[in-house]
Design a protein around this ligand. Structure first.
Ligand code: NAD
Ligand code: DAU
Length: 357
């Protein structure tokens, strides 16, 4: 049985995945209403949403997910029938230098949303209510050379970021088991694509190569990540929201594993030609630096449940997705300049002070 929510509360919609989801969902569902609640941290940028800001079906509210009164007011006044919860502190490195904010936003903030959602749903105004928690494969910890994370893999988070996401996932489960709140939970692998903040690996590489800055590769560069285009993730989220049975958990991934150093070399080579530089020039920027503490070795997602139950599969090949992403960044240098000012530069300095490997 499918349901089509008509009034969505999207949290963290000014960030990377949230903004891509809003574009995708509003294009596919032109009659729906979307309320975007975002407090605009360093990672949130309203320029990610200029294409929808004049749309009467879209509203932006600047505010914190931890503000219970504000969340309650939005849920009631807009008769929200689905919460799609992206808002989070999302960068592993920042969680190592400052874990407290991750607990406050990712754990306590999620609890506030769940509690206000419970009251809203129990009021009976919106019987078909759904709460979708957007989570990460990092809650499962790290894999060896073989095997995949399934939805049954025990949670074994290793960083303060992933621990805070695992804590939030368990609260979501508890609100379903204890109160019957119709919750859903997705756990996705690494995303790439437009509007990705340039502190994360792929946009950082593109940004630094363009500016001929060093490319910091942590440790031996042999850690493995499973990359999925953000628009494929957006479609997966819409699919789960509309088709999944409350209480269910779905992994999302592209079956697309890469060693970090191979991604770094690929992005270098693709940019050689585009920037008119001699072949191999960009690889000279690679700089091995000290490893991230607690660095998970390998992530690989088994997303077969999502395919067999709900019919989702990724549409991008990595070859086309990465080429399109590089071209997007080259064409959006103004956006990059805008988001890489202020706090970003301060943080960046910390990264460079890590020292050589
Ligand atoms: P992001 O850092 O780009 O964006 C996070 C957004 O949340 C920002 O707009 C920020 O302003 C907002 N926000 C932060 N704290 C808030 C608060 N207290 N109240 C309101 N808004 C707040 O993150 P992202 O990469 O788009 O990730 C979105 C979600 O998807 C996160 O929950 C993350 O754990 C999850 N996820 C990310 C990836 C990935 O590869 N980026 C993969 C799997 C899952
Ligand atoms: O797997 C999903 C997760 O993917 C999400 O939950 C997180 O929100 C998202 O940030 C991402 O986490 P990672 O830690 O995998 O992404 P990041 O881009 O920070 O790093 C990717 C890999 O590249 C990782 O092995 C660390 C390495 N790395 C990263 C940076 C920023 C480098 O070698 N150099 C770098 O400068």
């Amino acid at each position: 049985m499918t349901c089509t929510p008509v009034s969505l509360l999207v949290t963290g919609g000014a960030g990377f995945i949230g903004s891509n989801f809003i574009h995708s969902y509003m294009a596919n569902n032109p009659l729906c209403m979307v309320t975007n609640l975002d407090c605009l941290t360093y990672a949130g940028n309203l320029k990610n949403l200029t294409a929808v800001e004049e749309n009467p079906h879209y509203r932006f509210v600047k505010g914190d997910i931890g503000d219970a009164a504000l969340v309650a007011e939005i849920l009631a006044s807009r008769r929200i029938d689905a919460v799609v919860h992206f808002a989070a502190e999302s960068h592993v490195d920042r969680s190592i230098t400052g874990p407290e904010l991750f607990v406050r936003t990712n754990v306590l903030g999620t609890q506030v949303l769940l509690e206000e959602s419970r009251k809203h749903w129990q009021s009976g105004v919106v019987p078909d209510f759904r709460f979708l928690q957007i989570s990460t494969d990092e809650v499962y910890g790290s894999l060896g050379d073989t095997g995949y994370f399934t939805e049954e893999t025990p949670l074994a988070a290793n960083s303060p970021y992933s621990a805070s996401k695992a804590g939030a996932d368990l609260l979501v489960r508890a609100y379903h088991e204890t109160f019957g709140l119709p919750t859903l939970n997705t756990r996705c692998s690494n995303n790439y694509g437009p509007y990705h903040f340039p502190e994360k690996l792929i946009p950082l590489l593109i940004h630094n190569i363009i500016n001929e800055k060093p490319l910091p590769v942590y440790g031996d560069g042999l850690n493995v990540r499973d990359w999925l285009h953000v628009r494929d993730h957006a479609v997966a989220i819409e699919t789960v929201l509309k088709k999944a049975v409350p209480g269910s958990v779905y992994n999302v991934g592209g079956n697309n594993e890469w060693k970090n150093i191979d991604i770094v070399n690929l992005v270098c080579d693709l940019l050689d030609g585009r920037l008119g530089r001699p072949e191999g020039k960009n690889r000279a920027l690679i700089s091995f630096v000290k490893d991230r503490p607690g660095h998970d070795r390998r992530y690989a997602i088994d997303a077969s449940r999502l395919t067999s139950d709900l019919g989702w599969s990724p549409s991008y090949t990595f070859e086309e997705g990465i080429a399109e992403t590089i071209d997007w960044y080259l064409a959006h240098q103004e956006w990059v300049a805008d988001v890489t000012s202020g706090a970003y530069l301060e943080y960046y300095q910390v990264q460079y002070n890590r020292g050589a490997a």
